[in-house]
Design a protein around this ligand. Structure first.
Ligand code: SAH
Length: 359
């Protein structure tokens, strides 16, 4: 086997190399984090960009076996934030110079939903003099819908593949055409053709998932040539079918540690993409997102969802910031980021350097 030091200096990585990175413990692990940090600084600098996250509806037509807001979970009170509430959150983001917002929701594809998102995009652009960047995270849609939304002002899209292993994908979703790996993959390709900056990602520490799967996930991200990645630990939710397997899981701390190594390894593999410090990290470790920022991540998504709705957007247990309003969240974030030594990129879109270079 190669010395670990040598491995860290490579610019290209085989599956075995990635497996070694993901297996790193003790001193090796610290060196991996150090290296990821310096690769980040060299390639994209020290700035963290904010994306104000607005979870505008939890109404979902899908039944993903891991997700707390899956269609069959009848304990969830379904909501749809009003246009005024959404625009208010956007105005907050704009006035506080967040640069951009993410509109996320359950997955619907009715003409009413498609039209509503379209109208919202235009309104958000309007209220901010075209200044706010808008990322969408509204699941699989037709290429036509993606195109329409792009034309109305969205320029980035997040759609996690969840797992790049089709067999594992099948195990964590109901077996029907509506939850189809091939279709999700096609959606990612459609997004790319439309001209979006495309983000995807996976959950880390799923039942049945191996470290080989995770190394393959990293290779998948590279091969798809994505511009942005959001990935975080899987966290069980008691009102979901996957909860049955809770005793087979790694501990939360192990899943957290693996998620950090995934972020660091991905930074070595794709030096100039945007990587989010996933909210799920914070559900395990109060300083989880900051830890990710110090080792390779450069994007943070402060939650701007109106407080009353937050408890109904519980994708997993212990989701943080349920009771803080946006202002409080911002102050606490600023202080936290200062501690990481990163600088906040106020008022900038913070587009993926990787995407810009391709253009
Ligand atoms: N409906 C949109 C947004 C989904 S929610 C879509 O389909 O893309 C955003 C992400 O939360 C999901 O992609 C999934 O990766 C993550 N998520 C859902 N349940 C989770 C859980 N139990 N633990 C950790 N992450 C989870």
């Amino acid at each position: 086997m190669k010395p670990f030091q040598e491995l860290l200096l490579q610019t290209d990585f085989s599956r075995n190399d990635l497996l070694s990175l993901l297996a790193a413990e003790g001193d090796d692990r610290q060196q991996l984090f150090q290296r990821a940090k310096s690769v980040k600084l060299q390639n994209i600098g020290n700035k963290v960009y904010f994306r104000g996250l607005i979870e505008f509806s939890n109404i979902c037509a899908k039944d993903c076996l891991y997700c707390g807001i899956r269609k069959s979970n009848e304990k969830v009170v379904r909501y749809e934030a009003s246009d005024d509430e959404i625009l208010e959150a956007c105005r907050f983001a704009w006035q506080n110079r967040f640069g951009s917002v993410v509109l996320q929701s359950g997955e619907l594809s009715s003409p009413t939903f498609v039209k509503r998102v379209d109208a919202l995009l235009r309104k958000i652009k309007n209220l901010s003099d075209n200044e706010l960047g808008i990322t969408l995270s509204c699941g699989e849609q037709t290429a036509e819908t993606y195109r329409q939304w792009f034309e109305s002002g969205a320029h980035r899209y997040l759609l996690r593949i969840e797992s790049s292993n089709p067999e594992l994908y099948r195990k964590i979703h109901p077996e029907n055409d509506f939850h189809n790996f091939g279709r999700r993959l096609q959606a990612l390709k459609d997004l790319k053709s439309c001209g979006y900056q495309v983000g995807t990602g996976v959950m880390i520490g799923l039942p049945f998932q191996t470290t080989e799967d995770l190394a393959n996930d990293l290779l998948f991200l590279k091969q798809m040539d994505v511009d942005m990645v959001g990935m975080g630990p899987y966290i069980e939710h008691e009102d979901t079918p996957l909860y049955t397997f809770r005793n087979d899981l790694k501990t939360k701390q192990q899943r957290f540690d693996m998620a950090l190594k995934m972020v660091a390894a991905l930074r070595l593999l794709m030096p100039d993409i945007n990587i989010a410090a996933a909210t799920a990290l914070q559900a395990i470790d109060p300083a989880g997102r900051e830890k990710a920022l110090t080792i390779g991540a450069n994007i943070l998504m402060p939650n701007l969802t109106p407080c009353d709705y937050r408890k109904e957007y519980q994708l997993y247990e212990d989701k943080p910031c349920l009771d803080e309003d946006a202002e409080l969240c911002r102050n606490c974030l600023e202080a936290r980021i200062e501690l990481t030594g990163c600088e906040i990129g106020y008022g900038e879109w913070g587009d993926s350097k990787h995407f810009m270079k391709k253009k």
